[in-house]
Design a protein around this ligand. Structure first.
Ligand SMILES: Cc1cc2nc3c(=O)[nH]c(=O)nc-3n(C[C@H](O)[C@H](O)[C@H](O)COP(=O)(O)O)c2cc1C
Length: 493
């Protein structure tokens, strides 16, 4: 209870800080988009246009290619080590002005997978594989050549095909930036009146907690839902919701960029996670930055992640084959370990209940130097460690990690991600072939980007279905834990 008061205090501090944000106008750069009037394009009665024999739906924008700096500069606050800046050239392509809606998804698939309901809302809770299947099904329906062929876990993209496809990660960032080099395409901290995100936490708001350090950052509305596209101003290319609303799957496997210049890159040839970009309604602004990279297994979905479609502007060349580097299942004895970090006791109590139910071994992840017991101090310590991507030394090790196949990993949501001792823990062992099943205690932000952070740190582990618990859980916790264990095939004793 004391902790929930504390987190409310944090919110109040955020709400109390006041600021006035000015309107930004993106600068030019080398990138530009043609938002209408293409030459050799005939408009049809519906507003769609035809180029050659291909009918282009009216909501697609022609993005003129160019060169840009992909990734973020070292000076960008909250950047990840995986945002290495490098020059990238992309060719012309088309991108939908808005995220794919539930009506569009339903029309082709007959399915309503979303957590929020409304035909005009963006579809979410769709996996990368769902997105690929949708692209192909819609292409077939409209007489286009499907861009993808799927064989088991191997998906091959025919770059010459005229069908619907996902943008590459480079195309996505080029289109999002629309010529800007700032953290957001608005050139200033993005406000909740400009994008649908976890509006209590605009970019760099933490600088206002203990001083009036950043009066540009003004807390705004946290809508707690997706919204219909078109409600916020588009970027310079005419694209809506590139920051926030739902994250957007892109083609690429998650991997290091490298510093060399690249031309129309399509990401690593293999991997275990696919990238999604732009952040969603449940993300802090820092995780909706133009350069921020989120990743998840191809078969997973989230209420925070959807689809934006791309089309070729000119036929590309070649096949890009992405084969899943899924590791073999570990040959351990099938044992389960509950490993958790807890600052205030909520996660510890949840871990204790899971142990009661499963009889699994219990391990507390403890930093060698504890965080302060004072709430305000731990807020700034945690923030300092996250911004530095610190790896605090841990007080003790798991004796024989090789014995365990399944790790139930518990932690509190800290600044929309994991506490850094969890990062130390994940880097200390080899989780290849093991299954990590997260449980996260939070103060309203659910998982934030913690699942992405775990997946990036243990890319060779399988991620089970995670459980989010509001503070200490309340009366339904026992039932929720039971359902969660069953869903993940973890036996109760
Ligand atoms: C440093 C710090 C940062 C936090 N950041 C978030 C946050 O971003 N989102 C959220 O929902 N809760 C946040 N909280 C609240 C905790 O996640 C929540 O109180 C949780 O129940 C604490 O678990 P514990 O008692 O095991 O430490 C934060 C708490 C602390 C101390």
């Amino acid at each position: 209870m004391g902790r929930s008061v504390g987190y409310l205090l944090l919110l109040l501090m955020v709400a109390a800080s006041s600021a006035i944000g000015g309107a930004g106008t993106p600068t030019g750069g080398t990138a530009y988009a043609a938002t209408g009037g293409e030459t050799a394009t005939a408009m049809t009665a519906t507003g769609a246009s035809e180029v050659g024999n291909v009918r282009i739906p009216e909501n697609f924008v022609l993005i003129r290619g160019g060169q840009f700096q992909m990734g973020s500069p070292d000076s960008e606050a909250w950047r990840g080590a995986d945002e290495t800046r490098h020059a990238v050239t992309v060719g012309d392509f088309r991108l939908s002005r808005h995220e794919l809606t539930q009506a569009e998804f339903l029309e082709v698939t007959g399915r309503k997978p979303s957590a929020f309901s409304g035909p005009e809302l963006p579809v979410e809770n769709v996996s990368w594989l769902d997105a690929i299947a949708y692209c192909n099904a819609r292409s077939q329906k409209e007489g286009l050549t499907p861009a993808y062929s799927v064989s088991g876990r191997t998906v091959t993209w025919d770059r010459s095909a005229n069908g619907y496809r996902l943008p590459t990660e480079a195309e996505w960032e080029y289109a999002c930036r629309a010529g800007t080099e700032t953290p957001f395409n608005t050139e200033k901290s993005i406000g909740a009146d400009e994008a649908n995100y976890y509006g209590h936490y605009p970019y760099l708001i933490e600088e206002n907690y203990f001083s009036q350090g950043n009066l540009e950052a003004k807390p705004g509305q946290y809508r707690q839902t997706t919204v219909a596209p078109g409600g916020f101003p588009p970027n310079e290319f005419g694209l809506h919701d590139m920051h926030g609303n739902v994250g957007e799957w892109v083609w690429d496997y998650y991997g290091e960029y490298g510093a060399q210049a690249q031309s129309d890159p399509a990401g690593p040839a293999s991997g275990t996670l696919r990238v999604y970009r732009g952040g969603g309604w449940n993300d802090f602004a820092k995780n909706t930055r133009s350069a921020y990279r989120a990743a998840m297994a191809a078969e997973k979905g989230s209420f925070n992640v959807g689809i934006r479609l791309a089309l070729n502007a000119v036929p590309g060349a070649g096949l890009v084959t992405g084969s899943e580097a899924r590791p073999e299942k570990a040959a351990g004895a099938g044992q389960v370990l509950i490993a958790y970090y807890s600052w205030g006791g909520n996660t510890r109590a949840i871990a204790g209940m899971i142990r009661e139910r499963t009889g699994a071994d219990l391990f507390e992840i403890e930093p060698a130097r504890s965080y302060s017991g004072d709430y305000n101090t731990v807020l700034s310590e945690a923030q300092r460690d996250q911004r530095a991507q610190a790896r605090p030394e841990l007080a003790k090790r798991v004796d024989d990690m090789g014995r365990y196949d399944v790790i139930l990993l518990g932690y509190p949501n800290w600044w929309a991600s994991i506490p850094m001792p969890i990062a130390s823990f994940l880097e200390e062992y080899d989780f290849s072939g093991k299954t990590i099943i997260a449980f996260c205690s939070h103060g309203g932000g659910r998982f934030g980007q913690s699942l992405t952070a775990i997946a990036k740190l243990a890319p060779n582990a399988r991620m089970g279905e995670a459980l989010s618990v509001h503070y200490s859980g309340g009366s339904a916790l026992g039932r929720d834990i039971g359902e969660w264990l069953a869903e993940n095939g973890v036996k109760e004793r």
